[in-house]
Design a protein around this ligand. Structure first.
Ligand SMILES: Cc1cc2nc3c(=O)[nH]c(=O)nc-3n(C[C@H](O)[C@H](O)[C@H](O)COP(=O)(O)O)c2cc1C
Length: 370
């Protein structure tokens, strides 16, 4: 199974299966001299960790990360400093229950990757979904924590803005509430409605989709390249590579199709700080594939979990028509834990583009700095 690496100068390779002894990643191309520490990476991992509420899988994984290479102890004794060599990170899998999957080892869960893996490779690891499991996304989050350090003052945050057909009220958006509820919801007024909705979904043995919004602030103008290195194209690819993602938007996204030219155009004035000031951000911080200096905004739709307790028609690997019921531990709404994963993918793409920008354009004169 090839293509386990992404990024150009900040390059991330992930490895490992859901029920193997461990999962890991190698981050190649991280500049030297950047301070990193296991507790810092752990903070991000803990936000994605399973089993933290009744709305996510009950698999109990501490997701304790170890840095195996690419760093030396910091002079002040606090954590490590990168050396510029490959950084290897590892997490042990400690709570596999492979027998939960014996029922579906030869059956294709409708909506899952079982059928296509068998069609392509002729074999697969059915235990927990093997490599198709979103367990892999833990390593994206770990690599993303290092990308954040490369990005310095850039702030990357995400929130869940829709579950099923219930959307948040944007007028009540408060980043401070995102960490206070089990949904990463930025609108305290929506939490109760989502709670009732998801409790019903769980009781029915069903699942539900969601929309995640990722915002990066303090992104310097100039990241990205006009044609085949567009920042928006790379972001779309990165977000779409997250398990269960079926749609990605940048800025106004699909709603831009309903706007007139004068409504959509982000007007520009000069701000009091002597920098250009955009009056709106329909572009999501990207014009011509290059960052404008405004917040970079991406949104992605996550489909409902395909492993459900409600029987669905399918076939097995011999072509027999069967009904599939998936027992075991599954997230009823995978969009929830996709929130920190979306942040990580944004951070990794931006870190890669920052290094690519530096490599081609170098330092800009002070008057052009973002
Ligand atoms: C954080 C996260 C957790 C997930 N957990 C599950 C799960 O418990 N059960 C499941 O069937 N799918 C889960 N998925 C989705 C599957 O990994 C995904 O649907 C599958 O690999 C097929 O890929 P595709 O949906 O992108 O086509 C999860 C996705 C994410 C992002």
């Amino acid at each position: 199974m090839s293509h386990n690496t992404f990024g150009h100068l900040f390059r991330v390779t992930t490895w490992g299966e859901s029920h193997g002894p461990a999962i890991g990643c190698v981050v190649d191309g991280c500049p030297p001299g950047i301070s990193v520490s296991e507790p810092e990476i752990q903070l991000d991992l803990d936000r994605r960790r399973p089993g933290q509420s009744r709305y996510t899988t009950q698999r109990r994984e501490p997701d304790a990360v170890r840095i195996l290479s690419g760093v030396v102890p910091a002079r002040d004794g606090e954590g490590f400093v990168t050396t510029g060599t490959p950084i290897s990170l590892q997490i042990e899998n400690v709570d596999q229950r492979s027998k939960d999957y014996s029922d579906i080892a030869d059956r294709y869960r409708p909506g899952h990757a079982d059928f296509t893996y068998d069609e392509k490779y002729g074999l697969r690891d059915p235990r927990g979904g093997g490599r198709s499991s979103a367990r892999e996304t833990a390593m994206r989050v770990a690599a993303g924590a290092i990308a954040r350090k490369v990005l310095g003052g850039v702030v990357v945050r995400a929130a869940l803005v829709q579950i099923g057909d219930i959307t948040i009220d944007r007028a009540r958006w408060d980043w401070d509430t995102v960490g206070d509820n089990p949904f990463f919801c930025p609108d305290p007024g929506t939490v109760e409605r989502w709670t009732a909705l998801l409790d019903g979904v769980r009781k029915r043995g069903s699942s539900i989709g969601a929309v995640v919004e990722v915002v990066a602030e303090n992104v310097p103008a100039g990241l990205g390249a006009p044609l085949y290195g567009k920042l928006d194209a790379d972001l779309a690819s990165a977000m779409m590579s997250i398990n269960a993602v079926k749609g990605v938007e940048i800025g106004a996204g699909f709603s831009a199709a309903a706007l007139s030219g004068e409504e959509n155009a982000d007007e520009i004035r000069m701000g009091n700080d002597g920098r250009p000031l955009f009056l709106t951000n329909n572009a999501g911080g990207i014009l011509g594939g290059i960052s404008t200096g405004q917040p970079v905004v991406a949104r992605f739709a996550v489909k409902p979990t395909s492993s459900i307790l409600i029987p669905k028609r399918s076939i097995d690997s011999t072509g027999q028509e069967i009904d599939v019921v998936t027992k075991g531990r599954h997230d009823p709404c995978v969009g929830i834990r996709a929130v920190p994963v979306g942040e990580a993918m944004m951070a990794i793409v931006l870190a890669d583009h920052l290094l690519r920008d530096r490599a081609q354009v170098g330092e800009r004169p002070a008057w052009r700095k973002g």
